[in-house]
Every structure is written in structure tokens, then in C-alpha cells.
Write a protein that binds this ligand. Structure first.
Ligand SMILES: [Ca+2]
Length: 354
């Protein structure tokens, strides 16, 4: 067996116990041992396999029969007397003590611990309220090491439900329920974390968890052929009360209004056809009115022109008469003078004008 295999086997044995064995410390070195009570999916503490620990869903960071252990115990081994700084990044928080009076908001992001006189270990506790991974770096001057861990969601605390607001009669719609723990982490409901069930118009309906999406459940709901409103509700079992963190939401509702879409389309089409007919008639009426107005305007202009022409004709006629009268008067006057002349000058008579 080569040395790599020996190390791998030793590591595997240590993980089985949920503990990484401490390596003796030397100057400027730090080794970390972590204890967690979750062995089934405890992880190795690497970024790709964080340790798992229950979130403090009862708002006390401690160990109890109901919720198990809700913290990691982190033991750093260093050269005696060396101060050790622990720093949490992400949702993780650090504590120097746990217990029934320590709440989910008690932790801090960094703690420095100096081992007691002659001692080589510094111990702190870490917890998280999130199922996303957090990192904790343990450091001394000149050396550091980082472990990763994540929370295991608590019991179902809140349920939400969504469904389409409307649907065609007789069709199927998807109702989606999401279940979260007291800290908003998705919860895959199990016998130990509660139940979730759906009711459609008073009848229990199937609710199936979506593969790969823990805490999300779907139900295919068929709305009635007669239309109307379909009431859907999702319910989770009432969890143990945690008054210090609020009130659980154990029921959520959604309503689907169904209608005969084909009938609605036929009605809409009929309305559209009627609208088109009305529009065509309005257009025709407008053209008729426009044509009539145009004809009237043309006639008015024509009448005006005819009247002007008639006035001119009358004027010409009057001028002609006036001229004739004037000419006749001139002839008469000339002839009168001619008669007088002829009497006085019989030897040089002038002719009268006819
Ligand atoms: Ca607790």
C-alpha cells in the first residue's frame, strides 16, 4: 500500500467518526478538528463537500432531543499560548458558548481565542441559518486553514401557493407550492419535517415534489367544464411554535377563474364582424354626404356665374337702348336745324338724316 492510499484510508476513517483528527502543532501552524453529529451527510469540510449541521430552528443554539445538535464544535490545535482567530464568511456565525439562552442572532463573525496557560487548543462553536455553504477560517500568525459547512433545513414553517389566474374550461393548470423552514430555506417535507397537502374545491389533490428542486411541489388541477372559480389550497402540518421568530404560515390559497375560451372567441369575432359592418356603413354614409356637399357647392358656383352673366346681358341691353335713344335725339335735333337752314338758304339746302 502506498502512502497516498494510507492517508486516504485514515481520512475516511476519521470522517466516519464525524471528526478530523488533529495534527500536532508546530510553530506557525494550526490544525483544526471539527465535530458534528450529522454523519449521514456530514461532508468532509472541503468547499465541495461542506459539513452539515442542523439550523437552530427553535431559535436556541444548543443540543436537544427535538432538534439535535445545531452547531459545529471547532477545535484548533496550536503552539501553546498562540492566539487563534476564527473568521466566518457567509451566513455562518461564531460563538464561545452554546445553550438554551443562545439565540440564532447571538453569533458574531470573528472571535480570537488564546488557549489557557500551557494549553494548545482553542475551541469555538459555529452555526448557520442557511442551507447555503459558509466558510470559517482558523488562523494564527503565519498559518491558516479553512473549513466549509452548511445548514440542514428545519421543519416546514411556511407554505406558499401559486396557480394561473385564469384557464379554459376543462383544462389542466399547474399549481405550485413551496415549503420553507423558519429561516426561509426550502424544505423537502419528510415524515420528520412535516406534511404538505393540497385541496382543490374541497377534494384532496396529488402534490408531487419536483425532482431536483427540494421544497417545491406541484399539482395538476383540472378545472370544471362548467367554468367558475376553482379554489386551491396547500397546507403544512402546524410546526412547534417559535414565538421569538414569528408565526408560521401553514395554509396558502390560490384561485383559478375558468371560462369557455372558444365561446369567448366566437363572441369576440361576432363583435368584430359587427364593428366592421358598422365601419363600412359609416364610411359609405360619409362618402354620400361628401358627394352631396360637393354637388351643392358646384351648383352654387354655377348659379352665381349664371346670375353674373345675366346681369351683364341686361347691362348691355340697357346700353344699346340708351345709345339708340341718344342717336335718335341727335338726328332729331340735326334735322330740326337742317329744316331751319334750308328755309333760310334755299339755294344751299342740306339733306335730312334718316
Ligand atoms: Ca435548539
Amino acid at each position: 500500500m502506498n502512502s497516498f492510499k494510507k492517508i486516504a484510508l485514515a481520512l475516511a476513517a476519521a470522517m466516519t467518526l464525524g471528526t478530523l483528527a488533529a495534527v500536532p502543532a508546530s510553530a506557525n501552524s494550526v490544525s483544526v478538528a471539527v465535530t458534528t453529529n450529522i454523519t449521514a451527510s456530514g461532508g468532509t469540510g472541503a468547499a465541495t463537500a461542506p459539513y452539515s449541521v442542523n439550523v437552530p430552528s427553535d431559535n436556541t443554539v444548543d443540543t436537544s432531543t427535538a432538534t439535535g445538535t445545531e452547531f459545529l464544535t471547532i477545535t484548533a490545535t496550536v503552539v501553546a499560548g498562540t492566539p487563534v482567530t476564527f473568521t466566518a464568511v457567509g451566513n455562518a456565525k461564531l460563538l464561545q458558548a452554546t445553550g438554551s439562552t443562545v439565540t440564532s442572532t447571538s453569533g458574531v463573525s470573528t472571535i480570537t481565542v488564546t488557549p489557557a496557560a500551557g494549553a494548545t487548543t482553542a475551541v469555538i462553536y459555529a452555526y448557520t441559518t442557511s442551507t447555503s455553504a459558509s466558510a470559517i477560517t482558523t488562523s494564527v500568525t503565519g498559518a491558516s486553514t479553512t473549513i466549509y459547512f452548511k445548514g440542514v433545513a428545519g421543519p416546514a414553517w411556511a407554505v406558499a401557493l401559486s396557480a394561473p389566474a385564469s384557464a379554459n374550461v376543462g383544462s389542466s393548470v399547474k399549481a405550485t407550492a413551496t415549503v420553507k423552514d423558519i429561516f426561509g430555506n426550502p424544505v423537502s417535507v419528510t415524515a420528520t419535517t412535516g406534511i404538505v397537502e393540497a385541496v382543490v374545491n374541497g377534494v384532496f389533490a396529488d402534490l408531487v415534489e419536483v425532482a431536483g428542486t427540494p421544497g417545491t411541489y406541484e399539482s395538476l388541477v383540472t378545472v370544471p367544464l362548467t367554468g367558475g372559480t376553482t379554489a386551491i389550497s396547500a397546507t403544512i402540518a402546524t410546526p412547534t411554535a417559535v414565538p421569538t421568530l414569528g408565526t408560521a404560515t401553514t395554509t396558502a390559497s390560490a384561485f383559478v377563474t375558468s371560462a369557455d375560451l372558444a365561446a369567448q372567441i366566437a363572441l369576440a369575432n361576432a363583435a368584430l364582424a359587427a364593428e366592421r359592418i358598422a365601419s363600412a356603413k359609416a364610411l359609405s354614409d360619409a362618402k354620400i354626404a361628401s358627394d352631396a356637399a360637393l354637388a351643392a357647392a358646384v351648383k352654387a358656383e354655377q348659379d352665381k356665374a349664371a346670375a353674373a352673366l345675366a346681369a351683364k346681358d341686361a347691362e348691355i341691353t340697357k346700353l344699346k337702348a340708351d345709345n339708340a335713344a341718344a342717336l335718335a335725339a341727335i338726328k332729331k335735333a340735326f334735322n330740326a336745324l337742317a329744316v331751319k337752314w334750308n328755309k333760310a338758304n334755299p339755294k344751299s339746302k342740306v339733306s335730312l338724316v334718316k
